[in-house]
Design a binder for this molecule. Structure first.
Ligand SMILES: NC(=O)c1ccc[n+]([C@@H]2O[C@H](COP(=O)([O-])OP(=O)(O)OC[C@H]3O[C@@H](n4cnc5c(N)ncnc54)[C@H](OP(=O)(O)O)[C@@H]3O)[C@@H](O)[C@H]2O)c1
Length: 412
C-alpha cells in the first residue's frame, strides 16, 4: 500500500471510531483516534460524551508505553486549550513520545484552529493535515456550525407524499411513509439533541416526540421544544406527561397567561418566554445553543417548516418522500405560507444524497455551501440567483440590534 493509501486507511478507521459517538458528544465534536506502530494498531479510542476523555487521550491510554515512536491518526486537530475539565490533548501526545500525527481537519474552534498543530510541530512532532478531509468535515458539520456561529445545526425533517403533502385536508398524517422510513426518522431523533414542533402538530397529533428504536437500551430522547405563543397546549398533552429523561420546553411569548404557565411548570416542563407576540426562530436558536443543544431536528408542521426556512435557520433538509399522490389544495403542504413570485427565489440545496428506504425515498441536502454559516432564506436565494454578490457571512448572534436579545427563562 502507498503511504497515502495507508494514511487514508487508518484515518478511515479513526472516522468510524469517531462516528460511534454520534448524538452523544454535544457540545463537543466526534473524535476518533488510532495509534499505529510498525504497521500494527496499538491503541484505538473515541470521544464518548462531553466530560469524558477525548479520542486521542482514550487511544493513548489504550496504547500505553507502546505509543512511543508511533503515529497517531485523528480526524480532528488535537486540542491545546486549558479551559476545560479535560487536559489538552497536545500535552498527552507530547508526553507519550508519538513521533508523527496525521490530522483529518483543522479544528474550526477559534480557540484551537491551527494552534494544536503548531504546538506539536514546535515540539518536533511531524504533523500532516488533510487526510480524508472531506469525510472529516462532513462528520463534524454539526460541531462546526455550533462552534463558529454559536447556533445549533438544524435539520428540517419532513415526511411527505410525492406531491408534497404532509397531511390530508383534515390534518391526518399517520402514516405517510412506510416502516423503514419511520425507523430512519427515529434514528434521526436518537442522534438529535432537541426536536421542535409547532403547537398545531401537538393539537392535531398529540405526539410524544420520543425515540423508539429496536436497541431501546441505547435510545436517547431529544429534548422536546414546542412553539406555542399563547399556551394553547392541553395539560393532558403527551409531551407534558411522557416518561422520559429528556426535558420538555414550551416556548411562548409575553401573551401567555400566568396561570397556565404555573400549571405547565407543575407538570415538570420548562417555560421559555420570548418577548414580543411572535417567537423569532433565530433568537430561539441562540437560546437553544446556550443550553448546549447543538443538533436540532424540526418536525414541523407546515407553518413551522415555512417559518424555519423563511428565517434562514435551517442547515439541512431531510425529506422522506412516499410514492403516494394525495392531491387537493386543501391538503397540508410540507411548507406552508405563501409561495414566492419567482422560481429564482426557490431555495437551492447542495451536496445531495438519495437513499431508498423500502418504498420511500429519503432526499437530503444542505442549505449552506461548505464554510458558510449565513442564513439562506428566500431573499438571500433570490439575490444569488440574480447574480448579485452574496452578502458576506455574518455572525448571526450579531445580526440582531443590540438590546434585542430577549428572553425570560422560567425553570421548573
Ligand atoms: N408529515 C409530516 O412530516 C408532519 C410532521 C409534523 C406535522 N404534520 C402535520 O402538520 C399539521 C400541523 O401543521 P400546522 O401548520 O397546522 O401546525 P404547526 O406548524 O405544527 O404549528 C403551527 C403553530 O405553531 C405556533 N408557532 C409559534 N411560533 C411559531 C413560529 N415562529 N413559526 C410558526 N409557527 C409558530 C403557531 O401557533 P400560535 O400562534 O398559537 O403559537 C402556529 O399556528 C398536522 O396535520 C400534522 O399532522 C406532518
Amino acid at each position: 500500500m502507498s503511504d497515502k493509501k495507508t494514511d487514508e486507511n487508518y484515518m478511515s478507521i479513526a472516522l468510524d471510531l469517531a462516528a460511534m459517538g454520534q448524538g452523544r458528544t454535544s457540545p463537543n465534536p466526534m473524535v476518533g483516534a488510532v495509534i499505529v506502530k510498525e504497521g500494527n494498531i496499538v491503541g484505538k479510542g473515541w470521544h464518548k460524551k462531553a466530560g469524558t476523555p477525548h479520542g486521542e487521550a482514550a487511544a493513548l491510554a489504550k496504547a500505553g508505553a507502546s505509543a512511543e515512536g508511533g503515529t497517531l491518526y485523528v480526524n480532528l486537530e488535537p486540542c491545546c486549550h486549558r479551559d476545560k475539565l479535560t487536559p489538552p490533548c497536545t500535552d498527552a501526545i507530547l508526553k507519550s513520545g508519538i513521533r508523527r500525527v496525521v490530522v483529518g481537519m483543522q479544528d474550526p474552534n477559534p480557540k484551537v484552529s491551527g494552534k494544536g498543530i503548531e504546538t506539536l510541530r514546535e515540539a518536533g512532532v511531524q504533523v500532516d493535515v488533510g487526510v480524508l478531509q472531506e469525510r472529516c468535515e462532513r462528520l463534524n458539520k454539526v460541531f462546526t456550525k455550533f462552534i463558529t456561529a454559536r447556533m445549533p445545526f438544524v435539520t428540517l425533517k419532513v415526511a411527505q407524499t410525492l406531491d408534497g403533502k404532509i397531511a390530508t385536508s383534515t390534518g391526518e398524517s399517520k402514516w405517510i411513509t412506510g416502516p423503514e422510513a419511520r425507523k430512519h426518522g427515529h434514528m434521526l431523533r436518537n442522534f438529535a439533541d432537541a426536536i421542535i414542533v409547532g403547537i398545531g402538530t401537538v393539537l392535531r397529533d398529540d405526539p410524544s416526540l420520543t425515540t423508539r428504536i429496536e436497541d431501546a437500551d441505547n435510545a436517547r430522547d431529544p429534548e422536546r421544544i414546542i412553539l406555542d405563543s399563547t399556551l394553547r397546549i392541553p395539560l393532558d398533552a403527551k409531551v407534558l406527561n411522557v416518561q422520559s429523561n429528556a426535558k420538555t420546553h414550551i416556548v411562548t411569548t409575553l401573551a401567555a397567561p400566568t396561570a397556565k404557565i404555573k400549571e405547565i411548570k407543575k407538570k415538570g416542563a420548562e417555560i421559555l418566554i420570548m418577548e414580543g407576540d411572535v417567537i423569532k426562530l433565530p433568537l430561539l436558536m441562540e437560546e437553544i445553543g446556550k443550553m448546549g443543544l447543538i443538533n436540532v431536528l424540526i418536525e414541523g408542521g407546515s407553518r413551522v417548516n415555512a417559518e424555519a426556512l423563511r428565517s434562514g435557520v435551517v442547515d439541512k433538509a431531510a425529506f422522506f418522500i412516499a410514492p403516494k399522490i394525495l392531491g387537493g389544495d386543501d391538503a397540508r403542504g410540507s411548507i406552508g405560507g405563501s409561495s414566492p413570485e419567482s422560481l429564482d427565489m426557490a431555495i437551492p440545496l447542495f451536496d445531495m444524497r438519495f437513499t431508498r428506504l423500502g418504498e420511500d425515498l429519503l432526499v437530503e441536502g444542505y442549505l449552506r455551501k461548505p464554510g458558510e454559516n449565513q442564513p439562506i432564506g428566500r431573499q438571500r436565494s433570490a439575490d444569488s440567483a440574480a447574480g448579485q454578490p452574496a452578502p458576506q457571512p455574518v455572525d448571526m448572534r450579531r445580526s440582531q440590534p443590540a438590546g434585542h436579545r430577549r428572553k425570560k427563562r422560567h425553570k421548573k
